[in-house]
Design a protein around this ligand. Structure first.
Ligand code: ARG
Length: 459
């Protein structure tokens, strides 16, 4: 029997049950539902709506159901709509008539939102620690050899040499912003909807402030209609996870390029590479590619759910049940991706020779030649034109740039040192820039930031 059978003449049609059920996916919030139900029962007891004995019986029943689910002993039946109805049905079977008091003063509308917030509060923090683990791998790789440099790119054209540490930490800082967003999202969703009922509150003397406190929420809802209709927190969680996915995708794209023969900047560890079913020589960066591919799926989860929300009238509508599959999938996928990319980045070899060879093309020192002229008093635009013409001349007439620099009246032999291998990267000395003099300061700032976020997540 369904919970709402009393109102209906006929039994529910099998197609209705199959279409409307959410048990096949929402069973994963059972612990959260039971935690919220225990707080609700305690509230009913405090308000003297049920006796202390009844509360004790109900709480013992709820704990037993939790154990049954945990041990896989619970048997689901056709009319179980979702995890909330399963728990209530079993409590009634275990506790007898008193089980009928569990749902006093609440609706599945406030119940489901409470359970989902408890679930996300925990899971988003877990994702946060997984992001921190990858951010820590990037730190470790940056600290290993802070002298390695490679070309920095704009428009995928070699632009200026940068330290590998600087490049890796560019990805790292993006990940730390993701952690910041996760912490923020958790803070915003940490509000209890319990006590909002179906949409309008209750005539019973409930105390939603106290149940909010018991469940560790920052506060209770302000508006009962909003409490049961709001799924901003799901959309926001999906966005934050999509953003992490996009950052992993950008790392993945570079790994795929860097590990190609054309770049040769990076060699993947065999344990984090895949082979080809036909071509015996192949070693493929499938993790990197899937990180890139999964980002599309994560964005799909976000945009799909935003479309679900758009245009929904207040307050609760069954459409809102569509919140769960995308967010569960997003959490599962991002956790797998973070673990795989962390392992890949930790075990890969960076080929410093290939990187420096690519970075040491004399033309990448063009800006240094121009800035050298600026320091001698030449206006930047004039310096830019002077060097630009030298580079063009060198390319068109196939004359080494060194020769043209040495014979130029404003440059000369003294300027030749700017063209020496590794010189350009050493000259980047401004704070937050690409050179070795300032990288230590950046690494320290990054480490401090990482430690602080890690502490916040564990608090
Ligand atoms: N499984 C449902 C959900 O996830 C529970 C709420 C059902 N509420 C209702 N009024 N029919 O939204």
């Amino acid at each position: 029997m369904t919970l709402w059978q009393a109102r209906m003449g006929d039994s529910p049609n099998a197609a209705l049950l199959a279409f409307t059920q959410s048990l096949s996916f929402d069973h994963r919030i059972y612990k959260d539902d039971i935690q919220a139900s225990i707080a609700h029962v305690s509230g009913l007891e405090r308000s003297k709506i049920i006796s202390p004995q009844e509360a004790e019986t109900l709480i013992a029943g709820l704990k037993r159901v939790s154990q049954e689910i945990e041990e896989g002993k619970i048997v689901f039946i056709d009319t179980d709509e979702d995890i909330h109805t399963v728990i209530e049905r079993r409590v009634k079977e275990i506790c007898g008539d008193v089980g009928g008091k569990l749902h006093t003063g609440r609706s599945r509308n406030d119940q489901v939102s409470t359970a989902l917030r408890l679930y996300l509060r925990r899971e988003l923090k877990k994702v946060g620690t997984e992001v921190i683990s990858l951010a820590r791998v990037l730190l470790k790789r940056s600290e290993e050899d802070p002298t390695i440099y490679l070309p920095g790119y704009t428009h995928l054209q070699r632009a200026q040499p940068v330290l590998l540490a600087h490049h890796l930490l560019a990805h790292g800082w993006a990940l730390l912003r993701d952690v910041d967003r996760l912490i923020d999202a958790v803070d915003r969703l940490n509000i209890s909807p319990l006590g909002a009922g179906a949409l309008a509150g209750s005539s019973l003397p409930l105390d939603p402030d106290k149940t909010a406190e018991d469940l560790g929420f920052k506060k209770r809802f302000d508006n009962s209609i909003d409490a049961v209709s709001d799924r901003d927190f799901v959309a926001e969680s999906l966005f934050v996870i999509s953003m992490i996915g996009i950052h992993l995708s950008r790392i993945g794209e570079e790994v795929a390029m860097w590990s190609s023969a054309e770049f040769g900047f990076m060699t993947l560890d065999d344990a984090f590479s895949t082979g080809s079913s036909m071509l015996p020589q192949k070693k493929n960066p499938d993790i990197a590619e899937l990180a890139r591919g999964k980002a599309g799926r994560l964005i799909g989860n976000l945009t799909g759910f935003l479309a679900t929300l758009k245009g929904l009238p207040l307050s609760y509508n069954r459409d809102l049940q569509e919140d769960k599959e995308p967010i569960f999938d997003a959490i599962d996928q991002i956790s797998l991706a973070l673990l795989a990319i962390a392992g890949l980045m930790e075990s890969a070899t960076f080929n410093s020779g290939a990187m420096s060879t690519a970075a040491d093309a004399v033309s990448s020192a063009a800006i240094d030649l121009a800035e050298w002229l600026v320091m001698k008093g030449m206006p930047f635009r004039e310096a830019y034109t002077t060097v630009g013409m030298l580079v063009r001349d060198s390319t068109e007439r196939h004359v080494p740039l060194e020769e043209l620099v040495a014979s130029h009246p404003d440059l000369g032999d003294e300027a030749l040192e700017l063209l020496l291998p590794g010189s350009a990267v050493k000259r980047r000395t401004t704070p937050g820039g690409a050179g070795p003099k300032v990288i230590e300061e950046q690494i320290n700032a990054y480490r401090d930031c990482l430690i602080n976020y890690s502490k916040t997540l564990n608090s």
